[in-house]
Design a protein around this ligand. Structure first.
Ligand SMILES: [Ca+2]
Ligand SMILES: [Ca+2]
Ligand SMILES: [Ca+2]
Length: 433
């Protein structure tokens, strides 16, 4: 394998027979879009990397496919582009902190990590880390259709399933997309996924019984939409936590989450700096737009400003459905500045209360549970009731088109095909379509 890797040229395929292998570096080997360099297993999962370390360095158009990884070193993609890691099973051997895959160096871009299983991580470090140069994150990387499961027990930090960017490069634009992934029991860090740069998209993922939140920790202009957060009543399960400017959170579905504060279903948090300060700070929320989400039976639903001193500014919480039986359904722990509440429908049962005055309609949205989520039923007051018009809300959580005036909440009542739903293990990972 070592010789074949050293001589790899466009269109070369290195096929590994069943067995155990030690792997090394791939340095300055470039395929093309039409003729990539491929390293693959003759039989999926039966060529096992038990030793060595793969670093793909200063290379392009290389696909690594079908391998099982049980070695104990980080797979590095360094200063490379169009590198793909697919259909592989990662269950590395850990004795101390270990990142499993890292994309790094300048200028990496357009790498893809897809259809893999990452499981049983019990030391510090991420399944996937996207870094970059000293001032620019790798750009346009895609993380899709992976199955991430069983990371823990909980550490205070550095054990996110995925970290995108970091504080020192958080003012660079990542344009990362994280989509169609399943996270199960990813309990290692208060942040299941930590986003730390600008212009990233997290969509169509399913988070099951995972402690912590998808955290927009640094950077601006990220979009979080069409995700399912299903807590199953497990302790510490959360949704989305937000810092920084101009984020959009829409068409997400939150049910059975038990977290509060840092781990609320939606936390538009306070900041400890305003529009300048240390890059490692919690930058104040400006102009967050949280619209057309559905919250069902969470311990805490929408919270504003639970932590740090500077409350959100000029933000919008509109056209959401919140149904719950405890606490304040919308809970202002600090008074936001110039917050717009409009078009929200809340239905407090049991001991629950609305929590904010005005611009919230108290009505039963007539939810009907089916296939793990609750959608609005016939005659729901949510139908065609959205106000304000948010042009980016063109579909619903099912990826059905919004029709006429948008319905309130994540669901549009529609007979169009449902193409986005809570992901199951068969929908992701090495065996998925
Ligand atoms: Ca963290
Ligand atoms: Ca409608
Ligand atoms: Ca729908």
């Amino acid at each position: 394998m070592t010789a074949a890797m050293a001589d790899a040229a466009p269109g070369h395929t290195i096929v590994l027979a069943d067995g155990n292998y030690s792997i090394g570096k791939l340095n300055a080997r470039n395929g093309t879009a039409a003729a990539p360099i491929t390293i693959t297993a003759a039989n999926q999962g039966r060529a096992v990397i038990t030793g060595g370390q793969l670093e793909v360095l200063s290379s392009s158009y290389v696909t690594v496919s079908g391998l099982k990884w049980t070695n104990s070193h980080t797979l590095k993609i360094t200063s490379s582009h169009h590198i793909r890691v697919t259909r592989s099973h990662f269950r590395l051997t850990e004795s101390s902190s270990l990142k499993w895959i890292i994309i790094q160096g300048a200028p990496s871009h357009h790498n893809r990590i897809d259809h893999n299983l990452f499981e049983e991580k019990h030391q510090l470090g991420n399944f996937i880390t996207i870094d970059g140069s000293s001032n620019q994150q790798s750009q346009y990387d895609l993380i899709d259709h992976n199955h991430f499961r069983n990371i823990g027990p909980r550490a205070t930090n550095e054990m996110e399933a995925i970290r995108v960017g970091w504080s020192a490069i958080s003012q660079s634009n990542g344009f990362t997309t994280i989509e169609h992934n399943l996270f199960e029991n990813c309990d290692g860090d208060p942040e299941i996924v930590s986003v730390k740069s600008n212009d990233n998209t997290v969509r169509y993922n399913t988070f099951r019984t995972s402690q912590g939140t998808l955290s927009l920790r640094h950077g601006n202009r990220s979009q979080v939409h069409g995700n399912f957060f299903l807590g199953g009543g497990k302790a510490g399960t959360g949704g989305v936590r937000v810092y920084g400017q101009d984020h959009k959170i829409y068409n997400n579905y939150f049910e059975g989450l038990t977290g509060t504060g840092y781990d609320a279903a939606l936390q538009l948090d306070g900041g400890d700096v305003d529009t300048s300060g240390a890059l490692s700070s919690h930058w104040r929320v400006y102009r967050a737009t949280a619209v057309n989400n559905t919250f069902v039976n969470n311990v805490s639903n929408i919270e504003i400003g639970a932590n740090y001193n500077l409350a959100p500014v000029d933000s919008v919480v509109a056209n959401n459905i919140v149904v719950g039986s405890q606490g304040k359904l919308i809970n202002e722990l600090k008074s936001p500045k110039n917050m717009t509440y409009a078009g929200n429908i809340a239905w407090p049962t049991g001991a629950a209360v609305i929590g904010v005055a005005g611009s919230v309609t108290i009505a039963n949205p007539l939810l009907v549970a089916q296939d793990e989520v609750s959608r609005i039923g016939a005659g729901s007051p949510a139908i065609d009731a959205a106000v304000g018009g948010y042009a980016f809300v063109t579909e619903d959580m099912d990826r059905q088109p919004r029709s006429g005036t948008a319905d309130v909440g994540a669901d549009e009542r529609s007979t169009a095909p449902v193409t986005n739903k809570p992901l199951l293990p068969a929908d992701v990972g090495v065996g998925a379509p």
